[in-house]
Design a protein around this ligand. Structure first.
Ligand code: 13P
Ligand code: SF4
Length: 365
């Protein structure tokens, strides 16, 4: 029976212990009707409630395979949008705190990408010469843009494969919003640095000359992740001086210089797998978000592996951090009472086109 939604206000004041107890009680009431998906950056006190965990690619596949009525996404906004797009129409995707966005995703928007496309059209024929590739860290309307223009979505675990797909169709790529993932993936495909140019959306023609656009293989949007910006090559140099036998692994959202000096580069799922599969006693320096690194350090400690965080300061995904036990308890209690709160719904016309671009990715990876 549906009642008026329970307001968040009293949940704000819940102690962590009470919030945990109420999450457990609401979950018991909901049973199989709700599935909790958690990204690897999720804080420990929420992550412990996950039914399923993964990087962005794995989570999008899991969302599309789930049978649950409610997909409670403990991640950020674009992830819950992907769950809504890929799940069945009767399933409901929920983000426990609507303020959990991704600052990098916000660095590109539909108006700016359309302007870029129009400006490119003064130099070449983008619909014949340029494949638009959006990182999954982007709003649904940008995925829809890609769907409408022969483009595709990529994640940090399949970007070089997706670039290969794209170059198989058109001679150039417009890659948004993360310049670092685009540059690293282009480098992995042996594209010279001087054929990858930066499109600054705040400047006319992206700040590029017509010749630079004609010569480019990849046009990289000027976007970045503020968390992964905190890592730098100096941190790797100091680690190697101190521990010459140590290994370094980084996320491809880090700068090119950090990736180039790492022993391995990969998505969050890859980082976890590589560290777990390494020999007992290995020491690792890890360049990605702190919640993941701290959890991984604890998990591999019994095998004598040491996992260190790359930065000297705390670098958390502060937006994902907003999904706390209080918001999860509030969300689940509402669902158990028959009230859907914080549903993420992508408008149908956008979802249809975005799904085309997502499906191309799932088929190609
Ligand atoms: P993954 O796909 O590697 O999990 O990365 C998502 C993300 O937002 C990293 O900042
Ligand atoms: Fe976005 Fe960076 Fe957070 Fe990943 S870590 S979700 S890219 S803000």
């Amino acid at each position: 029976m549906q009642t008026a939604p329970i307001q968040f206000e009293p949940f704000n004041a819940l102690s962590d212990r009470d919030a945990q107890a109420r999450i457990a009680a609401a979950r018991a009431q909901l049973g199989q009707r709700a599935v909790i998906l958690c990204h690897h950056y999720q804080r420990a006190d929420v992550f412990k409630h996950a039914d399923l965990t993964g990087d962005s690619l794995k989570l999008s596949r899991l969302a599309s395979q789930s049978d649950a009525e409610y997909i409670v996404f403990c991640g950020v906004h674009f992830m819950a949008e992907v769950a809504d797009i890929l799940s069945r129409p009767e399933q409901i995707s929920i983000l426990p705190d609507l303020a959990a966005g991704c600052s990098m995703a916000d660095m590109a928007n539909r108006a700016k990408v359309e302007r870029c496309w129009r400006e490119l059209a003064t130099v070449l024929n983008p619909d014949e010469q340029v494949t638009p590739v959006t990182y999954i860290n982007s709003a649904a309307d940008l995925k829809a843009f890609c769907g409408a223009h022969g483009g595709i979505v990529c994640t940090s675990s399949n970007a070089p494969k997706i670039l290969a797909w794209s170059f198989g169709r058109r001679e150039k790529v417009l890659f948004f919003p993360d310049q670092h993932l685009g540059r690293w993936s282009g480098h992995k495909m042996d594209i010279p640095m001087d054929r990858m140019v930066i499109w600054n959306p705040d400047l006319e023609m992206g700040g590029l000359t017509p010749q630079q656009i004609r010569d480019a293989k990849i046009i990289l949007w000027h976007g970045y992740c503020s968390v992964h910006q905190m890592f730098n090559p100096g941190q790797i140099v100091r680690f190697r001086e101190k521990y010459p036998e140590g290994k370094v692994i980084s996320h491809p959202e880090c700068s090119f210089e950090v990736c180039a000096q790492s022993d391995a580069v990969g998505s969050t799922e890859t980082i976890i797998r590589v560290v777990k599969e390494s020999a007992p006693g290995t020491r690792w320096l890890v360049g990605t978000e702190l919640n993941l690194v701290e959890r991984l350090a604890g998990e591999v400690k019994p095998e004598g592996k040491i996992v260190q965080f790359m930065a000297d300061t705390i670098c958390m995904c502060s937006t994902m951090q907003r999904i706390d036990p209080q918001h999860l308890a509030w969300t689940l209690e509402n669902l158990a009472a028959g009230n859907v709160v914080n549903q993420i719904t992508v408008p149908e016309h956008e979802a249809t086109l975005a799904k085309i671009a997502l499906q191309r990715m799932l088929d190609a990876s």
